[in-house]
Design a protein around this ligand. Structure first.
Ligand code: GDP
Ligand code: MG
Length: 177
C-alpha cells in the first residue's frame, strides 16, 4: 500500500487460469463490465482489467489478468504469473477433462508464483446443470485438500461471479493489511 492524500491505496494482481473455453474471459468481462459473449474469441488482446472495490473505507484495486489464449498451447508465460497475489483456477462443470486439468494448473501456479496468498477453485457454467459432469462434492473435496476456496459460478447468468472475485480480493486484503 502507498499513501496518497492521506489514504492508503491497494493494487492486487490476480490471474485467471484453466483450460481453454472454460469461461475465463467471460468471467472477467462479466465482473469488470457486466458483459457476456456467446461467441467470444480466444484472443481478446487486453492483458488485464482493473476493478475497484471498497474495503474498510479504503479503495482496493484488483488488476485481473486474462490469458490471451496461450493456455491452448500450455504456454502461459512466467510473466503472466509474476507478482500475482491471487488466482482463480477455473474449470467447466460440464466438461470433466477441464476438472482433470486442475492439478496441472495448480502445479504451474505453485512453480511460478511464490507470492500468491488467495486461490479459488471456480466451477464455471453452473447454468448447465442438465449436463453436469463434475459434482459439487468432488470439487469441494479437491478444494479442501489443496486449501483453496471453492465456488460454482455462471458468467452467463451472473451467479456468484462478483462474489468469487470479491472473496479473493478480501482474502488478499486481509493478508496484507
Ligand atoms: P476461455 O477460453 O476460458 O476464456 O472461455 P470463454 O470466456 O472464451 O468462453 C468459452 C465459451 O463458453 C464461449 O462460447 C462462452 O460463451 C461460453 N461460456 C462462458 N461462460 C459460460 C457460462 O457461465 N455458461 C455457459 N453456458 N457458457 C459459458
Ligand atoms: Mg479467453
Amino acid at each position: 500500500s502507498s499513501d496518497e492524500e492521506g489514504g492508503e491505496e491497494y493494487l492486487f494482481k490476480i490471474v485467471i487460469i484453466g483450460d481453454s473455453a472454460v469461461g475465463k474471459s467471460n468471467l472477467l468481462s462479466r465482473y469488470a463490465r457486466n458483459e457476456f459473449n456467446l461467441h467470444s474469441k480466444a484472443t481478446i488482446g487486453v492483458e488485464f482489467q482493473t476493478q475497484s472495490m471498497e474495503i474498510d473505507g479504503k479503495e482496493v484495486k484488483a488488476q485481473i489478468w486474462d490469458t490471451a489464449g496461450q493456455e491452448r498451447f500450455r504456454a502461459v508465460t512466467s510473466a503472466y504469473y509474476r507478482g500475482a497475489v491471487g488466482a482463480l483456477i477455473v474449470y467447466d462443470i460440464s466438461r470433466r477433462t477441464t476438472f482433470d486439468s486442475v492439478g496441472r494448473w495448480l502445479d504451474e501456479l505453485k512453480t511460478h508464483s511464490d507470492t500468491t496468498v488467495a486461490w479459488m477453485l471456480v466451477g464455471n457454467k453452473c447454468d448447465l446443470e442438465n449436463i453436469r459432469d463434475v459434482s459439487v462434492e468432488e470439487a469441494k473435496c479437491l478444494a479442501e485438500a489443496e486449501g483453496l476456496f471453492f465456488m460454482e459460478t455462471s458468467a452467463l447468468d451472473s451467479t456468484n461471479v462478483k462474489k468469487a472475485f470479491e472473496i479473493v480480493i478480501r482474502e488478499i486484503y486481509n493478508n496484507v493489511s
